[in-house]
Design a protein around this ligand. Structure first.
Ligand SMILES: NC(=O)c1ccc[n+]([C@@H]2O[C@H](COP(=O)([O-])OP(=O)(O)OC[C@H]3O[C@@H](n4cnc5c(N)ncnc54)[C@H](O)[C@@H]3O)[C@@H](O)[C@H]2O)c1
Length: 376
């Protein structure tokens, strides 16, 4: 794939068209997905601050009127009922009608929140997503899941509402912090593991360059020169293709889509547990720990080749991601596992366990003893 030519992946989700475009993005791309301009924009604060000229260019391609724009801080706290209420009031002020369009520009947190607002405002208006983090480009913006956090739980409330257009441009990543790069790599590695052995091999082969960029440094600072050092556009396109293919085949998560939960069952446990400490884990870090543990378990059982598990752990470590964590006390572990929102009343907690790169067992069972043995 050439970096200077947009790549397009078409999906049909719930009978509706959802198109992923990997930039560079001209304003005209946005106009394609806005049937009744002008749209309204909800933009991550960091993005608004760091990319003002670019945003203006993208917006100008769509309309020449005064833009109705709301700027919100990104981060997990934004995914709340209170913020949803703020957005509804603002949408009312902007007179957004049933045929209006809401454009969300930001990382996975802004897109989850704005998607939820678009899904529910006037019983659903057109939503366009411009993901600006690696994680959002390869995962959160694709597949139509929206969510907010409430009742002390992560993502328990949400609806399916696919964006009609997902417009990604790697240029936004120039200002991304090291921590956000690492989080995005966890989801990119996961996606490669479930559906693209060649991408996984390429990432593993590049682990020394990845380590030089990502294994150390201040997590809050950007990573100078990262965009020119590795084929990000190609990798993002490949990972997005895997996710698009999976959600296209199983939008409602009845079967193959569950593979995307690789590393997430235990990931959610350690993420929730860590939020009770003064060193909360990011989502990507928690997923990394979850993946490392299920590969260890599968390798020990002999259901996945040991060298594969070793390669996965090498790659996660090269990206500066954690691979182990102190196990919660037994009763806490049980409680956190039981609250897994993907657990079904009949089937209990079904784990995604690897058999090899590109092949997952979606009905895995893991004992508390195995978790304790391999988590820390
Ligand atoms: N809906 C889904 O299918 C799905 C899938 C995976 C994850 N998610 C959700 O995604 C969220 C995590 O998303 P995330 O990792 O993008 O986090 P995020 O949205 O919090 O972004 C991380 C940080 O980067 C900043 N930022 C965003 N773009 C930037 C840019 N271009 N330059 C500089 N800073 C920038 C944000 O302000 C934020 O501080 C979680 O809430 C998770 O539940 C959703």
């Amino acid at each position: 794939m050439k970096a200077d030519k947009p790549k397009t992946i078409a999906m049909t989700l719930d009978g509706r068209s959802s198109v992923f475009v990997l930039g560079p993005l001209a304003g005209l791309e946005l106009a394609r997905f806005v049937p009744h301009p002008p749209p309204v924009y909800i933009i991550d604060e960091q993005v608004a601050r760091k990319h003002p000229d670019w945003l203006e260019q993208i917006q100008e391609g769509c309309d020449h009127f005064e833009h109705c724009t709301l700027v919100l801080p990104g981060g997990e706290k934004i995914k709340s009922l209170a913020q949803l209420e703020t957005i509804y009031r603002w949408l009312a002020d902007c007179n957004v009608s049933r045929d209006g369009t809401i454009v969300g520009i930001g990382g996975g947190t802004i897109l989850d929140l704005v998607g939820m607002a678009a899904a529910t405002w006037k019983r659903g208006v057109n939503f366009v997503a411009l993901p600006t983090t690696l994680l959002a480009m390869v995962d959160a913006a694709l597949g139509g899941k929206t969510a907010i956090n409430t009742a002390g739980l992560k993502n328990p409330v949400g609806v399916f509402h696919p964006a009609s257009g997902i417009l990604a441009d790697c240029g936004f990543l120039s200002t991304l912090s090291l921590g956000a790069w690492r989080d995005g790599m966890a989801e990119m590695i996961k996606t490669a593991l479930i559906g693209d052995p060649r991408l996984f091999a390429h990432l593993h082969h590049s682990r020394e360059q990845l380590a030089a960029l990502l294994s150390s440094g201040d997590a809050a600072q950007p990573v100078p020169g990262i965009l020119g050092s590795l084929p990000w556009s190609e990798w993002i396109g490949q990972a997005a293709y895997v996710k698009a293919d999976v959600v296209n085949r199983d939008f409602r998560e009845q079967g193959p889509r569950r593979a995307l939960n690789l590393g997430h069952t235990l990931g959610h446990v350690v993420e929730a547990w860590s939020h009770e400490t003064d060193a909360p884990l990011t989502h990507g870090a928690a997923v990394s720990i979850g993946m490392a543990v299920v590969f260890r378990i599968a390798a020990e059982r002999g259901t996945c080749p040991l060298p594969t598990a070793v390669q996965v752990i090498e790659l996660l470590e090269a990206c500066g991601l954690p691979i182990s964590y102190a196990c919660p006390p037994p009763e806490k572990l049980d409680k956190l596992l039981a609250s897994d929102k993907k657990a079904s009343a009949q089937a209990g907690v079904r784990w995604v366990l690897p058999r090899k790169v590109g092949l997952m067992d979606l009905e895995g069972r893991v004992s508390a003893a195995e978790i304790r043995k391999w988590l820390d």
